[in-house]
Design a protein around this ligand. Sequence first.
Ligand SMILES: NC(=O)c1ccc[n+]([C@@H]2O[C@H](COP(=O)([O-])OP(=O)(O)OC[C@H]3O[C@@H](n4cnc5c(N)ncnc54)[C@H](O)[C@@H]3O)[C@@H](O)[C@H]2O)c1
Length: 337
Amino acid sequence: MRSTLLVVGGAGYVGSAVAAALMRAGHQVLIYDNLSHGHREAVPAGADLIVGDLEDRDALDRVFRGARIDAVLHFAALIEAGESMQVPERYFRNNTANTMGLLEAMIAHNVRAMVFSSTAAVYGIPERMPIQEEDRLAPINPYGESKLIVERMLHWHNITRGLRYACLRYFNACGATSERGEDHAPESHLIPLVLRVALGKRDSIAIFGSDYETPDGTCVRDYVHVEDLAAAHVLALEALQRQEQKSADPSESRMIYNLGSGTGYSVRQVVEVARAVTGHPIPAEESPRRPGDPPVLVASAEKIKRELGWRPRHGELQTIVSSAWDWHRAHPDGYRA
Ligand SMILES: NC(=O)c1ccc[n+]([C@@H]2O[C@H](COP(=O)([O-])OP(=O)(O)OC[C@H]3O[C@@H](n4cnc5c(N)ncnc54)[C@H](O)[C@@H]3O)[C@@H](O)[C@H]2O)c1
């Protein structure tokens, strides 16, 4: 079924890759983004870009009046957990309050399906590994909390307004497609930072903590390729639409899924693979641990595999780093090159 989809934050790293996948799946895509952290060049050809801010309710109303939107995919957020400890109000304003405005506009225009970008940060310091969806939710920074509140808002809008939703809790998004890659400013993600050393744009990479109780002493994280994330969004959206067609009870359309590969890679493994892929020595400096960094964060993604048939295809670290390296080599200064 061809749908018209509003992709909020679709000029960003994950949103633009998902927008491209939605178009390949035959959907029509409208992107709404204030370009504060996104890139016009990342918007797929054939998608309409509306430059606007989520907090501008009049602009949102115009978007919903101007097209018959079937569902919203919501990626727009500030994403720096560290910064959220310095300026929490920015995170609650942009990630939480602005999402409330988006929900109000959706309800006013009778749009009742959303796929929401949530995060592993809703779990905080997990009690067990791999992390499952029903595990304790206890964020340790305002970023994670700002997302968890949105999850709860979606829950209550499902009960009171019949909003169907999927919350996708990503672990570490990574990798690139041939056309789209990671270009955050500031960049805090390990793989692009490591590759900047290989490009000669940084002298070295810092390894925060080498005395954790992990096989090589460095933190272990779950990396999920952006192309696999994109496939999961298409599946989640189509599941919501199937449920609506069956006119099933909206309470059956509350989906919460982890998106991870289920495999952890340590910081040292990432650096070593990047050395092999790039042929650059990539000097690493061992630095003290950062507060609030759990030793291991690995997802169980069994639920989405079982229920929606998601099959991540790009989970090998070598594949992830190679795809990112191809993109960064072609775009050494990011999209603005
Ligand atoms: N990148 C990751 O590893 C990761 C991990 C877990 C969850 N997530 C979540 O995925 C989503 C996308 O992350 P990303 O890495 O693509 O980030 P990104 O910064 O590349 O994309 C976010 C986009 O939202 C836009 N935006 C932000 N505030 C806006 C506003 N008020 N109005 C309109 N547009 C606005 C930005 O311009 C940007 O294009 C975020 O919600 C993030 O919390 C990302």
